[in-house]
Design a protein around this ligand. Structure first.
Ligand SMILES: [Fe+2]
Ligand SMILES: [Fe+2]
Ligand SMILES: [Fe+2]
Length: 320
């Protein structure tokens, strides 16, 4: 295996771990409800999203394919104190792995990127330790593992509908991000990334509604349409939006809770907007003004002659 391929494989492993961390931390934040601790954990999850994004860009720059699978998410533990301990352990593992990957990196830009990420992970480890202390002082009750806890006292249908939405939103986030990664730095990529961020908002809204109903959001994905030409990708994205619009429209008529109806209608209206944005982009691609795909169509030697590795639009944009 070439040095380059080995580096791509290490970055792909890092991506899978970042992905798992995002989902694990979000689950813990949702379960903690509207607390200061939950906001701090969500902010950490946003850092991990930036890491995920930068790693994908680095992989594409090296001629590889971003990895949209994820490592195991640890939802065990008897309650918030246990969860914080598991999150701190996840950070310890990330720190050890990044240190190894920095030592192995023979590319200056990749090493610099990994050092940047490593500094965040060290801060996160300390934050999770601090959160443990805060939660211990508040002596929050233990609630048991997060797997498949059933919602109590609310129409089960509402929770099922919310869970369907969570699954849809998580799937399109992954699909749009992947399409953004391979489309590279162009108008279509930027739009896809922006709509993916909007879908992250939807995921958060729906997941919080599940948690408020004493359930646990199940963050799992459906089938993804990842590959194809730019036009095929956009068509798949349009199809996903239309299916979501139809689902949400049907569900608006099925939920019993008025506020939930309003939330679903708001999300549904966003999906209609996404459909329109993607349809305009598709029309532009069909007029041949679209993006050149970064992978896998472009041969590696062409990419090697290209510009230096860039670490992307999110670097510093809203880094807190
Ligand atoms: Fe990270
Ligand atoms: Fe959405
Ligand atoms: Fe959408």
């Amino acid at each position: 295996m070439s040095h380059k391929q080995a580096m791509i494989d290490r970055l792909r492993a890092d991506m899978r771990d970042e992905h798992a961390a995002i989902v694990q931390y979000l689950q813990h934040a949702y379960a903690l409800g509207e607390t200061g601790e939950a906001s701090e954990i969500e902010a950490i999850a946003r850092d991990e999203m930036r890491h995920f994004d930068w790693l994908a860009e680095a992989i594409v720059e090296l001629g590889g394919e971003p990895d949209m699978d994820r490592s195991t998410v640890d939802l065990s533990g008897s309650g918030p104190l246990d969860w914080m301990a598991r999150d701190a352990q996840a950070e310890e593992r990330a720190i050890a792995q990044y240190e190894e990957h920095i030592a192995a990196a023979d590319n200056h830009n990749v090493a610099r990127l990994l050092r940047r990420i490593l500094s965040d992970e060290r801060a996160h480890r300390d934050q999770f330790a601090g959160l443990s202390g805060e939660l211990a002082e508040e002596s929050v009750e233990s609630t048991g593992p997060l797997e498949a806890r059933a919602a109590k006292g609310v129409p089960p249908q509402d929770v099922d509908i919310l869970q369907t939405g969570v699954r849809h939103e998580y799937s399109v986030i992954l699909q749009y991000l992947y399409h953004n990664f391979v489309m590279g730095n162009c108008e279509i990529g930027r739009e896809l990334e922006m709509q993916a961020i909007n879908e992250m908002q939807h995921l958060g809204w729906l997941a919080e509604e599940v948690a408020e109903r004493d359930g646990h959001p199940v963050i799992g994905r459906g089938a993804l349409a990842l590959t194809g030409s730019a036009a095929e990708m956009l068509q798949a994205d349009i199809d996903a939006e239309r299916a979501a619009t139809a689902d949400y429209t049907r569900q608006i008529g099925q939920v019993s809770d008025g506020e939930l109806r309003e939330l679903l209608a708001r999300i549904r209206d966003h999906e209609i907007y996404h459909d329109e944005v993607f349809s305009d982009l598709l029309a532009a691609v069909e007029e041949a003004s679209g993006c050149e795909l970064a992978t896998p169509e472009t041969p590696a030697d062409v990419r090697d002659a290209g510009p230096e590795l860039t670490v992307g639009s999110l670097f510093g944009a809203d880094a807190d």
